[in-house]
Design a protein around this ligand. Structure first.
Ligand code: GLU
Length: 313
């Protein structure tokens, strides 16, 4: 795929998305997200050769929300290794992102690290006895280094709003604490979780931060090994099977790539060996995943023929 062709395709996708009227509903349970215009649309593709193609609102930071779970999982695996899987499963939940129902029958072990309960356990691991702000400082630095951009920041207004309204997340944390699967004061664990969800990145920054997952765990820009090849493959496997909650099957079916969504309307998708793609459109479908983001990734992967199910040439 030539660079000019790819840019042309992205520009055409932006133009096509501009005319879509059914754009889904912006998440309003986190008040600052309710104010974001559903007209926004951005896309960025960071390719293995170091180029980054952008189109639409690709330079505007947005709340990455659950897309942050890819980075917190990566950092937690670095911190505690495979022991992480004693506290979290690796199965799709088939349930909404914030569901509590399976926790009772499954003894407080969340199905996977991408549903809220699983990501709260990951935050508990990352806390490691520190103050939540110190743990967040380390995670922020990690994301900045992946994107090679120290302007990436935590939107503290979003984090404060999540803290004020996140009763269901508080229920999940407290319930898991009762099962012994949260080791800290749930308020501290939640403080880190809310801050990580409030990371603000543009599509360009997000696509760049995902590059290590294109190349079996090595940052293609710097040659720095972020995770082992096995871990990079497993993170991609979890993105494919669990990255869109109870819409994960549909995303795999339509887009054919590992992807992780967030209620801010962002999606990070990985074409292994080829590119890291970030898309942002704030309107969500009924399963809490970006409506146009999914549609745009479907359009892109169909046009450029990227799929993990594509046989090697
Ligand atoms: N901060 C959000 C919540 O916990 C994340 C959910 C998401 O992006 O899917 O409700």
């Amino acid at each position: 795929m030539g660079a000019s062709n790819l840019q042309l395709i992205l520009d055409e996708i932006v133009e096509e998305m501009r005319h879509v009227t059914e754009r889904g509903d912006v998440a309003d349970y986190i008040p600052p997200l309710a104010c974001i215009s559903p007209q926004k649309f951005g896309i960025a593709v960071a390719t293995i050769d170091g180029a980054c193609h952008i189109a639409g609102d690709a330079c505007e930071p947005f709340s990455i929300q659950s897309v942050s779970k890819v980075f917190s999982l990566t950092a937690a695996l670095d911190a505690v290794g495979e022991d992480l899987w004693d506290r979290i499963g690796v199965e799709p939940s088939g349930s909404p992102f914030n569901s509590i129902v399976q926790l009772e029958s499954e003894a407080g072990i969340p199905r996977n690290p991408f549903i809220n309960a699983g990501a709260i356990v990951v935050a508990d691991v990352l806390l490691g006895g520190r103050h939540p702000d110190a743990a967040m400082g380390a995670l922020l630095k990690f994301v900045q280094s992946l994107a090679d951009d120290d302007t990436i920041y935590v939107d503290h207004a979003v984090a404060a709003a999540e803290k004020e309204t996140g009763w269901r997340n508080a229920a999940l944390a407290n319930y898991m604490r009762d099962f012994g699967n949260i080791m800290h004061d749930p308020a501290d664990t939640l403080s880190l979780y809310f801050q990580q969800c409030s990371l603000a990145l543009s599509c360009e920054q997000l696509a760049k931060a995902g590059r290590f997952l294109i190349t079996d765990g090595v940052d293609p820009q710097t040659g720095y090994r972020v995770v082992t090849p096995g871990r990079a493959r497993r993170i991609n496997a979890l993105m494919l099977t669990c990255g869109h909650y109870d819409g994960s099957g549909e995303f795999a079916f339509r887009v054919g790539l590992p992807g992780k969504s967030g209620v801010g309307g962002g999606i990070l998708a990985i074409a292994p060996g080829i590119a890291s793609i970030a898309v942002w459109s704030p309107g969500l479908n009924t399963r809490g995943n970006s409506k146009l983001g999914t549609y745009a990734l479907d359009r892109l992967t169909s046009r450029v023929d990227w799929s993990i199910f594509e046989p090697p040439i």
